[in-house]
Ligand binder design. Structure first.
Ligand code: FE2
Ligand code: FE2
Length: 203
């Protein structure tokens, strides 16, 4: 497995870094952030599975995204274990307004390849921001166990980011991936300005 540890976050291409004070908001309601986080992991697994289902003609994608889907559910398990150990309850699935906004930016018209590549870039975008948010948590929360936990997850999500972006580069037929990725980063850089105020992973 690729060992990509992002210490320079310009490597992820993100236009705007999260204000570290967001970590204090998150830490003020751990039950809520852990519930939201658990469902983020479940949605990441579901997304990987649906990419496999819709693009099964690519054996390497099927293989690597199977590993990612399993890893995301292992992350889900780790989060629900923490919730249980701490005597919290896993709440209902939380809406992810940030992801819904990204979804609207995704190209669903055009060729099958265009939609496929944009779906991969959508996934890479969420991994990049999740990775950055986990870094902010790992560096700024007082809870030592969770700080270590979020450091480990940051490394894992950075690898997922690389995987999705590299698949977009490998499988493109009619999309200029570097150009479209720049559009994603620009869009996300503006979108994220409205967030960073609630105890949600992308909130
Ligand atoms: Fe994950
Ligand atoms: Fe991930």
């Amino acid at each position: 497995m690729c060992k990509f540890v992002p210490n320079d976050f310009t490597m992820l291409g993100l236009k705007l870094l999260t204000d570290p004070r967001w970590a204090n908001i998150a830490e003020s309601n751990l039950e809520e952030i852990l519930t939201d986080h658990a469902w983020c992991e479940q949605k990441a697994a579901t997304n990987a599975i649906s990419l496999i289902t819709q693009n099964s003609e690519h054996p390497d994608l099927v293989h690597e995204l199977t590993a990612i889907a399993i890893e995301e559910m292992q992350h889900f398990q780790l989060v629900i274990d923490i919730i249980k150990r701490r005597g919290y309850a896993l709440g209902r699935e939380r809406k992810d307004d940030y992801v819904n906004q990204l979804m609207k930016f995704m190209k669903k018209d055009g060729s099958r390849n265009t939609a496929f590549i944009d779906r991969l870039l959508f996934a890479a975008m969420i991994e990049a921001r999740s990775c950055e948010r986990f870094r902010v948590l790992s560096q700024n929360i007082n809870d030592k166990e969770l700080a270590r936990f979020y450091y480990d997850l940051m490394v894992s999500e950075a690898n997922h980011y690389t995987t999705f972006l590299n698949f977009a580069r490998r499988y493109t037929i009619d999309v200029d991936v570097e150009r479209r990725w720049k559009e994603w980063l620009e869009f996300e850089g503006k979108l994220i300005q409205s967030y960073g105020k609630t105890e949600h992973i992308h909130g």
